[in-house]
Design a protein around this ligand. Structure first.
Ligand code: HEM
Length: 185
């Protein structure tokens, strides 16, 4: 069998499930975050989008933490030996960059909202107290970080998706090992 067509050890069903649930959530969060601020939106629509965005962001943060714990407990099998070293390093750098930027986005969003004195409905329902003081200056700083960090996050997502598509086209087993744990999985 050609080395490039070998089926590499698949990632566990839990790893693939966590990956795709977070991917769908994150891809939805970005346009919702931009659209919810547009003028001319009906108030109930805008309120609903804010609620979805804020609470979705908290869920993204929890998923990232869960994924990091899962990853530490069950490290990913190595990438195929035919991949050039620089590609393996770049893939790892982009993945860690994504984890880092998701944490920055979620924490800056949380601080922006809490320091601004606004609710995070899910946490309020669970009686989780605000973990930052009320401060307009802090809210403004967090807003600036949240707004600018999205460009870095989007750039990393584009590189990550681009590389994944290259593997899918090359059919070298890398894309299929992260395929959702349904159908082909
Ligand atoms: C990984 C998770 C998150 C992503 C990818 C994300 C993404 C975004 C994006 C792309 C925007 C538009 C920025 C702009 O137009 O300047 C935005 C805005 C916003 N986000 Fe998030 N966000 C996340 C988490 C959160 C969380 C956890 C909260 C609050 C609990 C939050 C609250 C907000 C708010 C209030 C805005 C409107 C801008 C503002 O008034 O500060 N976000 N978000």
């Amino acid at each position: 069998m050609d080395a490039r067509t070998i089926e590499y050890k698949k990632l566990s069903g839990t790893t693939r499930l966590l990956h795709w649930v977070s991917a769908v959530l994150i891809v939805a969060m970005i346009p919702i975050g931009v659209i919810m601020q547009q003028e001319g939106l009906a108030r109930p629509t805008q309120d609903l989008m804010f609620i979805l965005h804020k609470n979705g962001g908290v869920i993204v943060l929890l998923l990232v933490v869960l994924r990091l714990i899962w990853r530490a407990a069950y490290p990913a099998p190595p990438l195929p030996a035919h991949m050039p070293k620089w590609q393996v390093k770049a893939a790892s750098g982009v993945q860690w960059g994504l984890y880092g930027m998701l944490i920055v986005m979620a924490l800056s969003g949380y601080i922006r909202v809490r320091a601004g004195g606004f609710p995070v409905e899910m946490l309020d329902a669970l009686n989780v107290p605000a973990m930052v003081p009320r401060s307009d200056a802090l809210a403004e700083t967090a807003q600036t970080i949240h707004s600018n960090a999205r460009f870095v996050l989007v750039a990393l997502i584009l590189v990550h998706v681009g590389a994944a598509l290259r593997h899918a086209v090359a059919r070298d087993g890398v894309f299929s090992r992260i395929w959702p744990p349904v159908g082909r999985g």
